[in-house]
Write a protein of this length. Structure first.
Length: 157
């Protein structure tokens, strides 16, 4: 019960800090930002029963899988709201990495069965490899992100 109270208090403090920054104008939130933050927060809520009740009910660590995936999708939504939808070409691999992290978390916090560690390591490694390949292949060239010169700056011969 102590874990739930601590987590609830931390969530309220962080929510209050976020609302303070928004009302002061230091952070601007769009609809995609808000959806991503809500999805990431709901993903964290899946972790509470798995952590708080892992001794009497170790099977609750299975909730780490949807929680980690929801958290990853929320983070991706916040990122794509800022960077644009072209980032989906390589960000989908984050979901594979999140699935592997969920299995590794189930192994470390739940029943210590060897197959969880093996599957988690394998999926995380494959996801990291795919992420590296797709970022290399599909990320934009930094030189292409430079602002376009105005018509006055262009010299037409």
């Amino acid at each position: 019960m102590r874990v739930l109270q601590t987590f609830g208090g931390l969530v309220l403090v962080l929510l209050g800090l976020l609302l303070l920054l928004v009302t002061m104008g230091l952070i601007q939130l769009t609809l995609f930002d808000l959806m991503g933050l809500v999805l990431a927060f709901s993903g964290l809520l899946f972790w509470i029963p798995g952590i708080a009740f892992r001794k009497p009910a170790p099977w609750l660590t299975a909730l780490f899988i949807p929680g980690t995936l929801a958290f990853a999708i929320g983070g991706i939504l916040v990122y794509t709201a800022r960077a644009g939808n072209d980032a989906w070409r390589f960000l989908w691999t984050i979901l594979v990495i999140a699935l592997g992290i969920a299995f590794l978390s189930m192994y470390s916090l739940g029943p210590r069965t060897r197959w969880l560690k093996f599957v988690g390591t394998l999926i995380t490694g494959v996801g990291a490899l795919l992420f590296a390949l797709f970022v290399t292949a599909f990320s934009n060239d930094p030189a292409a992100l430079q602002p376009v010169a105005s018509l006055e700056e262009l010299e037409l011969d």
